[in-house]
Design a protein around this ligand. Structure first.
Ligand code: ADP
Length: 445
């Protein structure tokens, strides 16, 4: 992607949603996700056959294909009841073998998709049959491993169910055949094992899961390999399940091209709002003055949990270093960190070890706003033409209605231009952004 005008070249790929960064973001979400994300939105279900009754389950026991040893694993993971998306998706997926139903499911990350298809796969395999019965593909090695870990945990009491990773570096002796019932891998290696090395026989696969469809289609190679696997290798009548965390039309188009007669289930994410957020701005003359303002605010910042947004990676590093030099304790999330390093910083912030997190837009995704009570825009969000970027503003400081908690946003203004941006944002959301004098800070506490 071209990214003229973006001062932070290294990050524009992410802004443009390039596949690799999307995969990293997904992995980050998985690494930091400890519990379900709730949503008060309705689950939308579109059934292929409108005459068939709409099943939904309020407990795992109600599932038809229940194996006691599998339920034991589910309960040991602390799952008491199905999540919103699972209520509808599980009975549909597990209607096998009477009626294999295909499914396209979309819901934001953290709503229980992975757990759902892991349960479905473990539910349908026959441990007595020593050949691959379920195939699951994901965009990267790391994401495949995450899925495998869920399978291993959930299936730990399922004796004789085995799992193999079809990922780069994992070799199967030529001339032998994969005997594991579940295969989790990346599209390239899976195709290679089936079509070239012929160590994986796809002919008896009854369930095909494609996870992170949105990421998959933004990686051209993966997209093509996935189509090839589906059209050339899988047997007719194989059940197909597609999952995506986003709702782009391209996901639907892709899925509809390769999934015959799909059912749809989706759970939209909650809209963010500025209700309950008190917004302020502080007049400053320069970058240095903004820095002093921030240091003066530091006492307030640490009462709350704060995220400070900068426009560029460079600015974020400068700010974090300067704050640290002043003796303030801050965490920093930066684009050049590995996913694991980022996950560790977010973890520390979540645990309250760091109260202040300095970051750019790009790195902040995946942090639950629930946690954050104060947002500081060290730099105001602008688009490539230098106009107010309202969506990003909302994304940084807004929160979904259900949290209901009060939040504060402080914008640091250092020029007439940034004052104009404040006015644009005010007008766009029809919400007042009040001037804050530093003497007035008690108000925040
Ligand atoms: P997604 O694939 O949509 O990102 P996951 O399946 O990874 O979501 O689930 C998100 C988190 O919620 C994980 O920590 C998972 O262990 C947990 N989880 C999933 N299903 C349930 C459930 N029914 N009850 C409680 N926790 C669940």
């Amino acid at each position: 992607p071209t990214c003229t005008g973006n001062p932070d070249l290294g990050e524009c790929g992410e802004e443009q949603g390039s596949g690799v960064e999307m995969a990293e973001q997904s992995l980050l979400n998985k690494l930091i996700r400890h519990s379900l994300v709730h949503s008060s939105n309705q689950v939308e279900v579109l059934q292929r056959d409108p005459s068939s009754p709409l099943y939904s389950v309020k407990s795992f026991e109600e599932l038809r294909q229940r194996k006691p040893e599998l339920l034991k694993g589910v309960y040991q993971m602390g799952f008491n009841r199905p999540s919103r998306i699972q209520e509808n998706a599980l009975p549909l997926m597990m209607a096998q073998p009477w009626r294999a139903q295909n499914l396209i499911a979309q819901s934001q990350s953290g709503t229980g998709k992975t757990a759902a298809f892991c349960l479905a796969m473990l539910g349908i395999v026959n441990p007595a049959d020593k050949w691959p019965q379920c195939l699951c593909i994901a965009p990267t090695y790391e994401l495949a491993l995450q899925i495998g870990q869920v399978l291993e945990q959930m299936g730990r009491f399922c004796a004789d169910v085995r799992l193999v990773y079809a990922v780069r570096g994992n070799r199967i002796v030529r001339g032998t055949k994969v005997q594991e019932q579940i295969v989790v891998g990346t599209p390239g290696t899976v195709y290679d094992w089936c079509a070239k090395q012929k160590v994986l026989d796809p002919k008896k696969i009854t369930m095909f899961v494609l996870d992170e469809a949105d990421v998959m289609i933004s990686m051209q190679g993966h997209r093509d390999q996935s189509i090839r696997i589906q059209s050339r290798l899988l047997p007719k009548g194989c059940q197909m399940l597609f999952f995506s965390a986003t709702f782009e039309d391209s996901v639907w188009e892709f899925a509809e091209r390769i999934i015959p007669e799909p059912n749809y289930i989706r759970l939209k994410r909650e809209e963010e709002t500025l209700d309950n957020i008190r917004q302020f701005y502080i007049m400053c003359g320069s970058k240095e003055e903004k820095f002093s303002a921030l240091c003066n605010l530091y006492g307030c910042l640490t009462i709350a949990q704060t995220i400070v947004f900068c426009q560029t990676r460079r600015m974020a590093s400068w700010l974090a270093e300067s704050m640290t030099r002043e003796g303030h304790q801050v965490g920093v999330l930066s684009g050049e960190m590995t996913v694991e390093q980022r996950a560790a910083v977010i973890e520390r912030y979540r645990e309250g070890k760091e109260k202040v997190l300095v970051t750019t837009n790009v790195c902040s995704r995946g942090i639950d706003v629930e946690q954050v009570t104060l947002v500081v825009n060290f730099d105001l969000p602008v688009d490539l033409k230098g106009r107010a970027d309202n969506d990003t503003y909302l994304h940084r400081i807004g929160r979904s209605g259900r949290f209901g908690k009060r939040g504060f946003a402080v914008n640091l203004v250092d020029s007439q231009r940034s004052m104009d941006i404040i006015r644009q944002i005010e007008a766009h959301f029809d919400r007042k952004i009040r001037k804050l004098d530093l003497e007035e800070l008690d108000d925040l506490e």
